[in-house]
Design a protein around this ligand. Structure first.
Ligand code: GDP
Length: 335
């Protein structure tokens, strides 16, 4: 069985991790997430053992994806909304933040701000930014697995935050039960750098910063989005996406959002979508893992690697068709 060196040099077995996680020990949970994020083969193996043992304890949370352009107020919203859920509704909340920008810029948009200070001081909240990854697939895979660990540790509500300007939100929409898009008052979605497809994925649009002299602007933006949402085809969930206004600053509208989430949960558990969607997501995740593995095994195969350039040249020189050349590499791989 694989092991890894834990705090104070102790060697940790899969059971050490699992016991700590199931106890709800946040330090162990944090370490387990670090393990899941590691790309070292021995860590990957141990991580999978931990995940396998945790699996029976997963799945019982409500998973909420939160996205929106930089500056819309995502962290402020999570701080305020998260505190409401933890303090007033007795939930245990884990927040996983995906920051794909960090792999491009080398710096993190999430890391350079002091974020969610109030929420992170709550004993029933756990906040964890995802690190820079080499690929979007890798980052989202880690997030998915980290989410399972949080569930096994007893968190009944999971927020997955992503900056809504890249591709990560599509991946996030594929691992959550409900997708919340935060937008600003008084600017079209194009201006906010939000792609149309993201608006279409949303189950709820919340126009944030509806306070002070922006209240009217926010109300009219809400109306525009509500109309836009009506134009999309009906969702498989049977849920009609909605648009609301809120303020992470004053707390206005946050209870209404919580009520809407409860309404969604009751609708989709009643009509079977909640379970069906979870199954679909698992099937998609499995397919994408297979693809990633197949891709990696093929391209990292020594015979394939050493003959790749020759095969490419054969195509460029007109000696082989691309299909023939590709098949010759496949043959080498099979041998
Ligand atoms: P993020 O980049 O989406 O995470 O946005 P932040 O939560 O860091 O917020 C960006 C700025 O907007 C900060 O200065 C916040 O104080 C401010 N902000 C966030 N939410 C609200 C709100 O509801 N009303 C007002 N007036 N300001 C807000």
């Amino acid at each position: 069985m694989s092991k890894s060196t834990g705090i104070s040099g102790k060697i940790w077995s899969a059971n050490d991790y699992v016991e700590g996680i199931l106890r709800g020990d946040r330090v162990v949970l944090g370490r387990a997430i670090t393990l899941v994020e590691s790309s070292r083969p021995e860590h990957r193996e141990l991580a999978q053992q931990v995940l396998e043992k945790c699996l029976p304890h997963t799945g019982k949370s409500f998973r909420l994806g939160i996205t929106g352009p930089p500056g819309v107020g995502k962290s402020s919203f999570i701080e305020a909304f998260g505190s409401l859920l933890v303090r007033e509704h007795g939930h245990k909340l884990a927040v996983l933040a995906i920051d794909p920008s960090s792999q491009v810029s080398g710096g993190s948009i999430l890391g350079d701000k002091t974020r969610m200070e109030r929420l992170s001081a709550e004993p029933n909240a756990f906040i964890r930014p995802s690190p820079a990854g080499n690929s979007l697939g890798g980052v989202t895979n880690c997030t998915h697995e980290s989410m399972l660990l949080c569930e096994a540790a007893g968190f009944d509500t999971i927020f997955i935050e992503t900056v809504g300007v890249g591709q990560s939100e599509t991946a996030v929409a594929g691992m959550v039960d409900f997708f919340l898009l935060l937008l600003l008052p008084g600017a079209g979605d194009e201006l906010q750098g939000i792609k149309r497809g993201i608006v279409e994925m949303a189950d709820l649009i919340a126009v944030n910063k509806a306070d002070g002299d922006r209240i009217e602007l926010a109300k009219s933006a809400r109306q525009d989005y509500a109309q836009a949402l009506h134009l999309f085809p009906e969702k498989e969930s049977g849920w009609q996406p909605k648009a609301v206004t809120c303020s992470a600053l004053t707390g206005e509208g946050l209870s209404e959002i919580w009520q809407l989430l409860l309404g969604y949960q009751s609708l989709t558990s009643g009509n079977g979508w909640f379970e069906e969607n979870r199954k679909k997501q698992l099937a998609t995740w499995f397919a994408s893992q297979l693809e990633q593995f197949a891709h990696r095994f093929f391209f990292e195969d020594p015979a394939v690697k050493s003959n790749m350039e020759a095969a490419r040249q054969a195509v460029l020189e007109g000696k082989q068709t691309p299909t023939q050349a590709a098949e010759s590499l496949i043959d080498l791989f099979r041998k």
